[in-house]
Design a protein around this ligand. Sequence first.
Ligand code: TYM
Length: 331
Amino acid sequence: MLADKKIVFSGVQPSGNLTIGNYLGAIKNFSRFSEDYKTFYCVVDLHAITVRQVPAELRRRTYETLALYMACGLDEKKNTLFVQSHVPAHAELGWILDCYTMFGELSRMTQFKDKSQKHAENINAGLFTYPALMAADILLYQTDVVPTGVDQKQHLELARDIAERFNQVYGDTFTVPESYIPTDTMKIMSLQEPTAKMSKSDPNDNAVVRILDSKDDIMRKFKKAVTDSEASVRFSEDKPGVSNLMTIYHAFTGKSFEDIEREFDGRGYGDFKMAVGEACADGLAPVREEFARLMADKAHLESVMKNGADEAAYYARKTMSKVRRKIGFVN
Ligand code: TYM
């Protein structure tokens, strides 16, 4: 064990304006670990460049993602908040783990298949070995628990396999991490195509509610959300649009699905969509305000990332010296 508490690690890519999927599936849950665990929350810029980025935008979004972590309730004194490229051990362990990750395993990753379809002109080696770098992020800190949305489950399983493989060859080196996936909000769906995940890179802006959208935009997007022709608010697999809206409403209000069904019994979808929009916009308003305040003080954000990187590097060094010794690198 690297610390006297169990360790939590998670990361978010600074590759777009974050969505309520990122918020409800991941970031909102991060703070529940702050008290009882040693927590590392990382802005994973090395992962972001597996897809072509505009440099000035990547830089801006890196600050923004850090500020959003804080605006969503992560206190920098209770959580180690940092930027991945500030701790070079991520890239170093990433390379090492590449050598313990099989071509066949990486070929089976659904995110690789999806992204190589979307970016057919740029199917680079980094996109392919992305899950080994993600394993490095996690294993570097001897992580016990990794909170994410369900789309990262396959990557997490691979990280466990890599850890077990390495441990088998060299003896106990890495903690084998567990995933923490919220059962209710693990996959927030697109508002326009509710059988597909809400994704920050969706070209159809109406499909995606962003954490920093204005209330007007949020209301407009929910008003246009795709539902079905039944006009009954009911949670069911064959009603993906309505079920997704119910999930979002439940996440922002804490109301159960039965209560929501009762609340909108006999009322049309119009009322329901407005209520979901209101709850979402009201729930995000404090995050937006705090975000604006934090972004106005770049020097503070820079000091948070510097302190976070120093702290993370301290823990990373311990794991790396163990890994180097086990592999047979000369000290
Ligand atoms: P990323 O940046 O795509 O997403 C960040 C987090 O948001 C979750 N998420 C969702 N949850 C529910 N519904 C959605 N529609 C939705 N969209 C995104 C993701 O599951 C994720 O938890 N590979 C990771 C970043 C990463 C990482 C790590 C995560 C790099 N290293 C180590 C954990 C541990 C990614 O691309 O997340």
